[in-house]
Design a protein around this ligand. Sequence first.
Ligand code: ZN
Length: 204
Amino acid sequence: MDKFLIPPRQSLIEFKRAWTCDLEPTISTNSLPSIYVAPLGQSGSRCRQGHFLPFVPSGTTTNLCGRCGGMPTDKMGVISRDVDILEEPSRVLSRAWWHSSNNSDIYNDPNTIPIHLGSRKAAEQRFETMHYRYLYMVRMRPNARVSPQIFIESEYYDPGHKTMAAIANKGEIVRYINNSEEAGGVSLLTAKYNFESQPSREVR
Ligand SMILES: [Zn+2]
């Protein structure tokens, strides 16, 4: 099995056991099971054999392993850019986050369902796939609370994102490793309560 270790962070990413669907759905920062870090330029998607897959090419929806032809699985890794967000929850608060939607005003919408936020790349990918009209940029309140739990996005682990939503509804920002847009990148689920202010919006 391949290893892609970043020397200063070996404690985090040293792989201790094979990642299978039999493992618990969440990992916590206190007892974070090791997780592979994708090599630069590769997504966090991995085939059954553990090879990292490239990012899904624009305009397509599926991706196959370049080495064995296998399909993506739930054996996610994390992209190197976001290792620090897994290690240090407060890093969530120092980044800008993005959301794409057809909703012209997510901030003043009376709907209180938690909102998914991700990197600009992830939001733009969703924007293109779903043919959305609006791209929002938002920052979190400096004193917002970030849940110590980290999730791997998967219908198998957390159908309908119910567990994540329960945490978000209690006020904490939830981090999860995205398994669709920009696979392997860290995304957030949060109530709008944690927004620092009204998000800025781009109309396309
Ligand atoms: Zn493969």
